[in-house]
Write a protein that binds this ligand. Structure first.
Ligand SMILES: C[S@@+](CC[C@H](N)C(=O)[O-])C[C@H]1O[C@@H](n2cnc3c(N)ncnc32)[C@H](O)[C@@H]1O
Length: 218
């Protein structure tokens, strides 16, 4: 379990029947059962290869009864008693594609915990456009990478501002040191690459720099 997975584990409420979608090695389901946080976790993946490894790891940990392994594209074969879902370690468009195909399922879940490896604002914009509610967020640095985790539910929300979509509504409230460091570094990076950008790309970069500067000053 690395820092990223530990942070995700922390965000799963106790006693949820959880589905880990795109489980790969099943480290997260194993940890959730090992710590006593969950008594049942579905380890789901679209590919047989990762599932075979997951199955082996689950067997070695002694949790075959608590962690069923399910071959599933997104939520397709995820049992209906699931009340919390985790989608982690993927690109944003893969994660959003999974969510897009699962609209009818989302209202049955108390929390959907998503950690994407790139472009988190695309995920927040998708949540905002669908009128869903961001419940919690976290940011962690692990081996020089910074990861943001977004927890949302299908409860109604009137939508998020441009600032909330870029920075995260909860992270913006907390403004913890990892968050501030990340955005200071991001601003520096954007300022360095700005002169190399094509004219058509410059306005978006300038706008992001201005938004970051405004947020850091407020
Ligand atoms: C990089 S691994 C992430 C593993 C783990 N969730 C983590 O955060 O460390 C991504 C996994 O997602 C799976 N995956 C990709 N698209 C999927 C889909 N539509 N449904 C289920 N699993 C999917 C891949 O097969 C792969 O095992």
């Amino acid at each position: 379990m690395n820092k990223r997975l530990k942070a995700i584990e922390q965000l799963v409420p106790k006693d949820r029947i959880t589905a880990d979608i795109g489980t790969d090695h099943a480290y997260l389901p194993i940890q959730l059962v090992k710590t006593g946080k969950c008594t049942k976790v579905y380890a789901c993946d679209i590919r047989r290869g990762p599932l075979a490894i997951a199955e082996e790891n689950i067997k070695n940990a002694g949790y075959t009864r608590q962690i069923p392994v399910i071959l599933s594209d997104g939520f397709e074969h995820v049992p209906m008693d699931t009340d919390c879902a985790v989608i982690a370690g993927m690109g944003v468009y893969t994660a959003v594609g999974i969510l897009e195909k699962a609209h009818n399922r989302l209202s049955l879940l108390k929390e959907i915990i998503v950690q994407v490896n790139d472009d988190v604002p695309v995920l927040r914009e998708w949540i905002s456009d669908h009128g869903y509610t961001i419940l919690e967020e976290d940011i962690v640095t692990d081996k020089k990478h910074t990861y943001m985790i977004v927890v949302f539910s299908a409860d109604d929300h009137s939508g998020y501002s441009e600032e909330e979509i870029l920075f995260g509504p909860v992270l913006l409230q907390k403004k913890d040191p990892v968050f501030l460091q990340y955005w200071q570094a991001r601003k520096q990076f954007l300022e360095q690459v700005l002169p190399m950008k094509k004219p058509a790309e410059k306005p978006a970069v300038v706008k992001e720099i201005e938004m970051i500067a405004g947020m850091l000053e407020s």
